[in-house]
Design a protein around this ligand. Sequence first.
Ligand code: MN3
Length: 197
Amino acid sequence: MTLTLPALPYATDALMPHMSPETFEYHHGKHHQAYVDNGNKLIAGSEFEGKSEIEIITSSFGKNPGVFNNAAQVYNHTFFWNSMKPSGGGAMPGALESKIKESFGSMDEFRTAFVQGGMTQFGSGWVWLVLKDGKLEIMKTPNAENPLVHGATPIVTCDVWEHAYYIDYRNARPKFLESFVDNLVNWEFAEANLSAA
Ligand code: MN3
């Protein structure tokens, strides 16, 4: 199979009380799994068979919405699970902190911009911290779109589709975004993406 469902990088109860096992049961076990299954069905026997996940995403964008949406959602969700960790948020590696301060002015301004980006993504989508043209910025994308098709390198992401927060936060998307930045985000993952870019 071309697309695969990775195991979560922590136990399903490891992010309590900020994200529940029930959310993971649906979000990883059903939503993410469905993108893997549907994507593989569409890729089988097509020009995309045998390509890497990222090649499929970049080559299907704007050409094959079915393949793009499923393959990009597989990538986006894997990136999202890795963007979180138990006891996340808080202090970050120094190189990342100075890059954030250089790009946003301060940590508070970054936090406000990230939460605002997620709140103002109308409908389903994603909010990202990305590296673009040597600078960190906030990018929001609709549905399955991601920074790979917009000339940017993803650093961390938060899923703002309702299925990401409705079980734990009901309709309170802002509270979910604040909790992501304060309690869930994995700054070591972000730092690794920044230094690899
Ligand atoms: Mn999702």
